[in-house]
Design a protein around this ligand. Structure first.
Ligand code: NDP
Length: 347
């Protein structure tokens, strides 16, 4: 059977900005023969995520993320439907997901690699299992629960950077649900700011490309910042940390502003900011959602319940066609998305 797939065409270079030319769509043959324990699936949705930038380098810089190989199919989070099965745990028509789904229209996967998903949990919005009801939602929820020290009734102010993205837009809302009394987002366009406030319930939002972040934080967080959900790092984080209260907490989720640079992860803070952090006893522990797998089932149920109850508003930016996956990834890296970026491969 002839299928389409997307391979890594070239590497952007460790200090380079990824382009669509780094990916190439091509035809390939999918073997008809399946072994016991395998399932053939048609791809419905694929996820593009900032961590994939590390996979474009020859050395990903971490032991839990493998680099993509040149001219080999790329992979990431995916959702599909079972079309043939040699694993008794799966039936034709089952919806399934995997963190390691090849970027191709159809594929054969080991049954042990995939997990069934129930569309009823998300009112039929299957792609939510790549976002709000998947790793993205788990990152926001577990990041706050494990590293945020949010205490109901403690009148805490949370600031979220990358606030209109997949993790950020959920993190701000979960901040409220978990007990923060004020949430302020930082993001890159006025449209995003307005969505955060009018749709997602943030108290205020700052456009870091047009506004003076320090000055705005002083006005919008008059009692200082108690919890900082950090998706971006760099100058924005230095500005936020300067406004943090003694014994406050940084949830070190990601540092996207540094991903096109040859720096270690997590990148050290600039010396003056590190001084402030130490003097005020602000925690900045690395957070990795993969370290909390035992908490996924209960946390996923919590996320699905909030989504169903309308307590967690979900935004997606959906691009159609496997051929556009490289552009979708590039868009995430440059702020083109609002909420979770999804690639819709087939109906
Ligand atoms: P997003 O949907 O937030 O997309 C990335 C966003 O980052 C863009 O939309 C853009 O929005 C913003 N951005 C891009 N470049 C810069 C920059 N130089 N400075 C400031 N903002 C920038 O992606 P995710 O929600 O998937 O990921 C968010 C973060 O969470 C990433 O750092 C990612 O690596 C991390 N992550 C960490 C996990 C963990 O286990 N710790 C798990 C999953 C994700 P804007 O318009 O605002 O610039």
């Amino acid at each position: 059977m002839i299928i389409q797939r997307v391979v890594l065409n070239s590497r952007p270079g460790i200090n380079g900005v990824p382009t669509t030319e780094n990916f190439r769509m091509e035809e390939a043959t999918l073997l008809d023969k399946m072994s016991e324990g395998q399932v053939k699936v048609r791809t419905l949705y694929l996820s593009v995520d900032p961590y994939m930038r590390c996979r474009m380098n020859e050395n990903s810089g971490s032991d839990y993320i493998l680099p993509w190989k040149l001219s080999e199919v790329a992979s990431g989070g995916g959702i599909g439907i079972v079309e043939e099965t040699k694993d008794a745990c799966f039936s034709i028509g089952d919806f399934v997901t995997s963190f390691n789904w090849p970027w191709q229209t159809k594929t054969i996967l080991d049954g042990k690699q995939i997990e069934k998903i129930d569309p009823h949990l998300v009112d039929g919005h299957l792609s939510y299992f790549l976002g709000a009801a998947g790793l993205t939602g788990l990152t926001s929820l577990l990041g706050i629960r494990e590293k945020g020290h949010v205490t109901r009734g403690a009148n805490q102010t949370m600031v979220v950077s990358g606030a209109a993205g997949a993790c950020g837009s959920l993190a701000g809302q979960i901040g409220f649900l978990e007990g923060c009394s004020r949430v302020v987002g930082i993001c890159g366009t006025n449209e995003k700011c307005s969505i955060l406030v009018s749709e997602m319930g943030f108290d205020a939002a700052i456009n870091y490309k047009e506004e003076d972040v320090v000055q705005r934080l002083r006005v919008l967080c008059p009692d200082g910042v108690d919890v900082y959900f950090d998706n971006v790092g760099g100058d924005i984080s230095a500005a936020v940390i300067g406004q943090m209260t003694p014994n406050s907490h940084i949830i070190l989720c990601g540092q996207i502003s540094q991903y096109n640079k040859d720096v270690p992860y997590p990148p050290p803070l600039p010396p003056a900011t590190e001084e402030i952090r130490k003097a005020r006893n602000i925690t900045r522990e690395r957070f990795l959602v993969l370290n909390y797998m035992d908490k996924y089932p209960a946390s996923t149920m919590q996320l699905c319940q909030w989504i169903k109850e309308g307590k967690l508003k979900v935004r997606e930016t959906v691009v159609k066609g496997l051929e556009n996956i490289g552009a979708a990834f590039q868009s995430v890296m440059s702020g083109g998305n609002i909420g979770k970026q999804i690639v819709h491969v087939s109906d």
